[in-house]
Design a binder for this molecule. Structure first.
Ligand SMILES: CC(=O)N[C@H]1[C@@H](OP(=O)(O)OP(=O)(O)OC[C@H]2O[C@@H](n3ccc(=O)[nH]c3=O)[C@H](O)[C@@H]2O)O[C@H](CO)[C@@H](O)[C@@H]1O[C@H](C)C(=O)N[C@@H](C)C(=O)N[C@H](CCC(=O)O)C(=O)O
Ligand SMILES: Nc1ncnc2c1ncn2[C@@H]1O[C@H](COP(=O)(O)OP(=O)(O)OP(=O)(O)O)[C@@H](O)[C@H]1O
Ligand SMILES: N[C@H](CCC[C@H](N)C(=O)O)C(=O)O
Ligand SMILES: [Mg+2]
Length: 489
């Protein structure tokens, strides 16, 4: 991606407050290793380290000023500015420094479906002739007509605030006018997107994930609600999936925050899904847009993709496009990489790679594929290390109940003992097979696949590595599945 080099700006202008001295600031970063002369270093207390420990390093590398939490010792830096919400101050300063952003930015939050919704928005806008982009788990993808460009590769779902501000400025400079961002609960909680001006925001669903970070579902929901309560300016539109159990709390919070609510889904009153029929090319949707009926051929399978499609359509409408044009755009979309991705190459059954890594995601994808299996439904899955442990038996129970054959394998054990993770998963599906080596597990599933069987390889989707200890070993489910299909042709 082209590196935007904004002009230096006075510290007082950047922070919009009086300061003891007013140097010209040449960069904004929360990482001491990236400090260049003239930078504003933002010292953030984090989960693994306290950024204040790196103030001496930042100063020695030429930091012109330091922004830090309110309780920071003033003697730590010659020019120290404090803030009661230093992460928010960081995001706003980064935005101020980099300046530009695409004119229309929308954000989507929810446990599952963010990547899909962001990808759908980008494609709908591109189908309407707009220069569009998406930013999230798959990186930054830009689309202008039929030209697709991967500007950055997969990384955090919501990037660090300074990275996000720089990428938004780069996108604006390259002519992108419409951007859909994924807002992860970590990202919202850590204020990574507080500098982005949003035209609309959406919510897909809320189910269990990330309790290792948030502690309980109330705190997890509160993080997601912050997108509507704090980040989306009053008067704008919250696009909410009315089929989610959490809909009413998101609708109430949005109304209390002075937002308009666009309710979408089978129970949605604004974009209402009144009919859905599977066809070989995907599914035919009948959508009621405030009294006018529209037929849409969505070229994707699965009820959850219809739900994501409605949320994406709602966002594009809330951001200014007409329903007719947006619904026509839906007919052109393709699925996001690694989300219910069909791997070609078998005359016997069907093989899919999918990113289901939560209980609800796994249940949803198994239910979506069941109608495709005239034979058995075979699932290969695991659970991530250093992540929410309560998910493990829940995912095991779901696989045991909804699949005919479940194979428990490894999915990024990280610092944990892989066998212990598999044991926790299998506690709820004792009949499952256990094959720790993911390649062997995939080969076993494909070897046993017979006519009419469907194999689903869940959990890693687009990921290109298996993280064991601190090492990422190259690994790609789609490549492995294709190779296994070749071996067992
Ligand atoms: C728990 C978590 O979210 N951590 C993220 C967070 O780290 P942190 O603030 O806790 O940072 P830390 O490592 O404790 O360090 C504190 C501060 O010291 C600074 N530092 C550190 C070392 C040094 O030498 N110099 C220095 O200045 C760091 O830059 C940081 O500002 O901020 C960092 C910078 O933005 C992130 O890289 C880091 O992501 C870690 C690697 C991570 O794995 N995050 C995952 C859990 C995550 O955020 N996932 C979400 C959700 C995915 C989903 O949707 O399911 C995502 O948005 O991707
Ligand atoms: N609306 C939905 N409801 C339930 N499950 C879904 C939905 N959309 C997608 N999924 C499942 O969740 C998986 C992840 O989908 P997607 O990547 O779009 O979600 P995400 O919210 O971006 O995830 P992450 O938090 O990891 O970024 C999919 O592969 C699918 O199995
Ligand atoms: N954004 C999610 C992705 C999980 C993907 C799965 N493969 C795993 O490693 O658990 C997380 O970081 O929790
Ligand atoms: Mg995502």
């Amino acid at each position: 991606m082209s590196a935007t080099r904004p002009a230096p700006i006075k510290l007082s202008e950047l922070l919009r407050r009086d300061v003891a001295a007013d140097p010209m600031i040449t960069g904004v970063t929360a990482d001491s290793r990236k400090v260049a002369p003239g930078a504003l270093f933002v010292a953030l207390p984090g989960s693994a380290a306290d950024g204040r420990a790196f103030i001496p390093q930042a100063l020695s590398q030429g930091a012109a000023a330091v922004l830090a939490p309110a309780d920071t010792d003033a003697r730590l830096a010659p020019l120290l500015i404090t803030s009661g919400d230093v992460r928010r101050a960081y995001a706003i300063a980064a935005r101020g420094f980099y300046g530009a952003q695409p004119a229309t930015c929308v954000a989507v939050t929810g446990t599952n479906g963010k990547t899909s919704v962001a990808a759908f928005c980008r494609q709908i806008w591109a189908a309407l002739g707009l220069h569009a982009a998406s930013m999230g788990t798959l990186g930054v993808l830009a689309q202008n007509g039929n030209v697709n460009q991967e500007l950055t590769g997969p990384g955090l779902t919501s990037p660090d605030a300074a990275d996000a501000a720089r990428m938004l400025a780069d996108l604006a400079e390259s002519g992108v006018t419409h951007l859909a961002l994924e807002a992860s609960s970590h990202g919202i909680d850590q204020r990574r997107l507080d500098g982005v001006t949003l035209q609309a925001a959406a919510f897909t669903n809320l189910s269990q994930d990330h309790l290792d970070y948030h502690g309980d579902m109330g705190a997890y929901r509160a993080a997601k609600l912050r997108l509507f309560e704090t980040l989306l300016p009053r008067g704008r539109t919250a696009v909410l999936n009315a089929d989610s159990d959490a809909y009413s709390s998101f609708a109430a919070a949005s109304i209390m925050s002075g937002l308009g609510v666009m309710a979408v889904g089978e129970r949605g009153r604004d974009l209402s899904l009144i009919g859905r029929r599977a066809v070989p090319e995907g599914q035919r949707l009948t959508i009621d847009v405030r009294g006018s009926l529209h037929e849409v051929l969505l070229p994707l399978a699965g009820a959850f993709q219809a739900s994501n499609a409605l949320v994406a359509a709602g966002l594009c409408i809330a951001a200014g496009e007409t329903p007719e044009r947006v619904l026509a755009g839906l007919e052109t979309i393709t699925g996001a990489r690694g989300r219910l991705q069909r791997i070609p190459g078998s005359g016997r059954g069907e093989v899919y790679v999918d990113y289901a890594h939560t209980p609800d995601g796994l249940e949803t994808v198994l239910k979506a594929l069941r109608p495709h299996a005239t034979g058995r439904l075979i699932v290969v899955f695991g659970a991530g290390g250093d992540r929410d442990r309560a998910k493990r038996p829940m995912m095991g129970e779901i696989a045991g109940r909804l699949a005919d054959v479940a194979i428990v394998t490894d999915d990024n054990p990280r610092s944990e003992d892989p066998a212990a993770i598999r044991k926790a998963v299998r506690a709820a599906c004792p009949a499952a097979r256990e094959i720790g080596d993911r390649r062997a597990a995939i080969r076993e599933a494909i070897e046993m696949m017979g006519d009419g069987d469907v194999v689903i390889i869940a959990g890693k989707g687009h990921e290109q590595g298996q993280i064991v200890g601190g090492i990422t070993h190259p690994f790609d489910d789609a490549t492995e599945a294709a190779e296994a299909l070749r071996l067992h042709a």
